[in-house]
Design a binder for this molecule. Structure first.
Ligand code: ADP
Length: 497
């Protein structure tokens, strides 16, 4: 509904802070909802890096979240928007060097459970209008385990807003030992009944994500296919039974791509702007990309790009297994940008060192390089084992950079494999394969390399890819419908348990 008052609770919101898709959504969805006239406020931890770039902030509240912690609420705007952000400022928990969830050594922060309980308690008090902000939301929208305690806390209140929980990635659950729960229970006066297998206990551990899954009025994943996959043991991470039980409350809404940021016609990061009508402009970006990464400048050599977290989920091991064969047999180049597991970072660095004329790797996080790769590569590789939605394949489509993906989750919802039938029907926009095995990936890359040699057909696929519309405005409308359902359930509902 227009004028819905929505409290959007998230641990990431681009452009302030982002480690992956959650950050993209945390920035784009509130902005799209604001454009649809929702009254939306974001709640975000005041990380050190965020405070550095957030601009001028006003202190608007001070709340006791535990026996020993008082947090400040600082108010600012999401950059370049009119979306209000309430930053939860607790220096002991968020003002530190290193990553959002892990320290400089790559290990999770030892106090993550406490950090995100402080965050959740603050969000709960804001949601109940007990933080002195004089604003009472209709909907509290939480995202992934870092904010999943909020629906559980709200469900214990007699009067509360409706709650929605979005699963961006069920593999990250926020699991902590029983002793941690006991400590949090005492310090933050958490409801003791959270420790129950029908609540947030999970095989003897305290599971943050279960707070969202068990207690929210409505649940969603970030693609329709993933919303079905997680109801099966293969993708459910042990929570498939619970998700089957809550199936009536679970829907899938595909993320949107932010075309203000990801548009080859206007992208300020790339060497030459281009569009489907001026597709030739892409060639200059390929040259620029090859130069930038120190590869031989060869306009006719197919160039395959990859950007993303270098972790098992993304199929990096599959890529490492097939690269030697492919570069042995084909004239082809690979460019990889990513950070993640040290073993993958090392393996990619090593393989590039062994084949400097065919493979270039940059270990790091760079928005600029991500755009450079999307604009300059011919194909984009994303062979994920599972993919809740995936954004890079949508960016690739928009850049006419043909995605090669595994048929799972959001990849299955956006990429249509180039088969004889789909080529005849004019629907193909990429390549996909079913089984997460090196042979299947290799065969699919080979199919793409062969089709690349048919320029007419290739440019048809590229133009079709560029025409696809995965914008946020459509998805944001689907969220408004979801909020309405949550509100109806909240009003009519006996609590789930
Ligand atoms: P996930 O959320 O699983 O990491 P998504 O494809 O949904 O994957 O979103 C990843 C987002 O993070 C995309 O916007 C992608 O461009 C960006 N990204 C990932 N790794 C890097 C990197 N090393 N440098 C720049 N951007 C990156």
């Amino acid at each position: 509904m227009q004028n819905d008052k929505i409290l959007f609770v998230t641990s990431e919101a681009a452009p302030l802070v982002k480690t992956g898709g959650l950050g993209d959504v945390g920035g784009s969805l509130p902005t799209a909802l604001k454009a649809l006239k929702c009254d939306i406020r974001i709640v975000l931890p005041a990380y050190r890096e965020v405070l550095r770039i957030a601009g001028k902030l006003a202190m608007v509240g001070l709340i006791d979240v535990s026996n020993s912690s008082v947090v400040r609420i600082l108010e600012g705007k999401l950059p370049n928007t009119h979306v209000t952000v309430w930053f939860i400022d607790s220096p002991a928990h968020f003002d530190r060097p290193g990553g959002l969830y892990a320290g400089p050594d790559g290990h999770d922060w030892h106090d993550n459970a406490e950090r995100f309980t402080v965050f959740a308690k603050a969000a709960e008090l804001i949601a109940l209008n007990q933080a002195g902000l004089n604003w009472y939301p209709d909907i509290v929208h939480c995202n992934d385990w870092q904010s999943a305690l909020v629906p559980a806390l709200l469900a214990h209140q007699p009067r509360r807003p409706a709650s929605v929980f979005t699963i961006h990635n069920l593999a990250y659950q926020g699991l902590f030992p029983a002793e941690t729960f006991e400590r949090l229970r005492v310090d933050f006066q958490l409801p003791p009944d959270l420790w129950d297998i029908h609540s947030m206990e999970f095989h003897g551990l305290f599971s943050f994500v279960k707070g969202g899954l068990v207690y929210s009025d409505m649940l969603n994943t970030v693609s329709p296919t993933y919303s079905h996959e997680i109801r099966t043991p293969a993708f459910g991470n042990g929570l498939d039974g619970l998700l089957v039980h809550r199936a009536e409350r679970l829907v899938g809404i595909l993320n949107g791509a932010d075309y203000a940021v990801w548009n080859p016609a206007t992208d300020p990061f790339i060497a030459k702007n281009y569009s489907a009508d001026k597709f030739g402009g892409k060639a200059s970006n390929k040259t620029a990309l090859q130069e930038r990464f120190g590869l031989p400048v060869k306009p006719d050599t197919p160039l395959i790009g990859m950007v993303g977290r270098l972790v098992e989920q993304k199929g990096g091991d599959l890529v490492l297994q097939v690269i030697p064969n492919i570069i042995g047999e084909y004239d082809v180049q690979f460019i990889v940008l990513g950070t993640g597991d040290k073993r993958f970072e090392l393996a990619f660095t090593q393989i590039a060192a062994n084949h400097p004329d065919k493979i270039a790797v940059h270990i790091g996080f760079s928005e600029e390089l991500a755009h450079t790769i999307e604009s300059g590569a011919d194909m984009f590789l994303m062979p994920s084992r599972f993919e809740p939605c995936g954004l890079n394949q949508m960016y690739s489509l928009r850049y006419g950079t043909i995605p090669i993906v595994r048929h799972t989750g959001g990849l299955a919802d956006t990429v249509i494999d180039a088969t004889d039938e789909s080529l005849d029907a004019d629907t193909a926009n990429g390549f996909s394969f079913d089984i997460a095995a090196p042979q299947a990936l290799r065969a699919t890359v080979e199919r793409a390399l062969h089709l690349y040699r048919q320029p007419q057909l290739w440019s048809q696929i590229a133009k079709r890819a560029m025409a696809a519309d995965y914008s946020w405005s459509r998805s944001a409308r689907a969220y408004i419908d979801l909020y309405e359902l949550a509100r109806q359930y909240r009003n009519t509902d006996k609590p789930y348990r």
